[in-house]
Design a protein around this ligand. Structure first.
Ligand code: SF4
Length: 353
């Protein structure tokens, strides 16, 4: 498996992404805590699009049974950017992808898509500025026409090179490449405006393909920003939906506390040793999550100092993390009860014109 550092290196050195400069981070610090905590690693044309100011954000979702902390943090950042920059957001949900890649039946994938979308929208997206699309549910003839035009530009060998497909992948997986590029470029097709796509490092191949295809169709290239991994509960490189033991799900109600209690820390084996030698917040997953939820930098610094000087024990941090997670999740759960998908428009030529 490719390590996190190697992925970052490849994206920057081999695929031409630009590391996020301190100057850019400074501009974004007030937008969302993830920028202040330097969670984002690289970008393509993010600085350009910020100067233009008139753009859309595309942030898609491959639906899964449950949505977890890392997904929510990414979408929470998107929502904050919508507020800060006053831009439209398009959230396409690819239930077809889940089916084609053998992850769920079509019925289950569609159900996950609806439930995940409600979770995401409950973060507080503005219905007037947020557009949705569940592939097998809402696909508009014009969107299908667009994906066919995109598919004509993607050869089998391009799909193999970009995604590592082989002859044993089904033809739907090959065609899905065009659907995903279609999601990314659809707002540009409809409005002429450029899009920003905040993504995890793993999804970069779709951006590279979209930036390759866009000029061939007379469209502006999408900009992107890559979010670094949020580690799993036991210190895994990445929180993963396919490994429940690594993740804090929105659905985890009673189990959240138990999971937090088992989360990897940088503490010593005993309280006595912790008091004597102090802990290491830099390797501590509990501290990592706290710093993504606690906006007060002074509190974060205080925890760090107390930990290193042995004046804090891990149980205190775990209690505190539980409180922060509960507040974050309770807010989403409460909003979710009021979410009606009908209040959000499906992106199509009709709603734009
Ligand atoms: Fe992590 Fe807190 Fe323990 Fe330090 S005291 S290692 S920050 S949980």
């Amino acid at each position: 498996m490719v390590s996190y550092q190697e992925r970052v290196r490849k994206i920057i050195e081999e695929f031409g992404a630009t590391p996020i400069s301190e100057k850019l981070y400074k501009e974004l610090e007030g937008v969302h805590i993830t920028f202040r905590r330097r969670l984002w690693v690289s970008h393509r044309d993010f600085d350009v699009i910020l100067k233009e100011r008139d753009f859309w954000i595309v942030s898609g979702r491959g639906p899964s049974e449950k949505i977890h902390f890392a997904h929510l943090i990414l979408f929470d950042t998107v929502k904050a950017m919508q507020e800060k920059f006053g831009v439209n957001v398009f959230i396409p949900v690819s239930d077809d992808e889940k089916f084609l890649f053998g992850k769920a039946s079509l019925e289950k994938a569609r159900k996950y898509a609806i439930e995940n979308l409600k979770d995401i929208l409950a973060l507080g997206f503005d219905p007037k500025r947020t557009y949705i699309l569940i592939d097998t549910y809402h696909m508009h003839p014009d969107f299908y026409k667009f994906t066919v035009q995109i598919a004509e530009k993607i050869t089998g060998s391009m799909a193999k090179d970009t995604f590592g497909f082989t002859d044993s992948n089904n033809v739907g997986e090959f065609f899905y490449s065009a659907v995903q590029v279609g999601h990314i470029l659809y707002p540009t097709l409809l409005t002429g405006k450029r899009v920003l796509v905040p993504i995890g490092l793993d999804q970069d191949p779709f951006i590279r393909l979209s930036r390759d295809i866009a000029p061939k169709l007379g469209l502006k290239k999408p900009a992107t920003i890559h979010m670094g991994f949020i580690r799993g509960l036991r210190g895994e490189e990445k929180m993963s939906a396919s490994r429940p033991e690594t993740s804090l799900y929105l659905e985890d109600d009673e189990t959240v506390k138990r999971k937090i209690w088992r989360t990897l820390t940088g503490g010593q084996p005993t309280i006595e040793e912790q008091r004597k030698y102090g802990g290491n917040p830099d390797v501590c997953v509990v501290f990592e999550y706290i710093s993504l939820l606690e906006k007060d930098d002074k509190k974060i610094e205080k925890i760090r100092q107390e930990c290193m000087e042995g004046r804090r024990i891990c149980g205190e941090c775990k209690e505190y993390l539980f409180k922060l997670i509960k507040e974050f999740y309770d807010r989403i759960r409460k909003n979710r009860e009021r979410i009606r998908l009908e209040e959000f428009r499906v992106l199509s030529p009709e709603v734009i014109s």
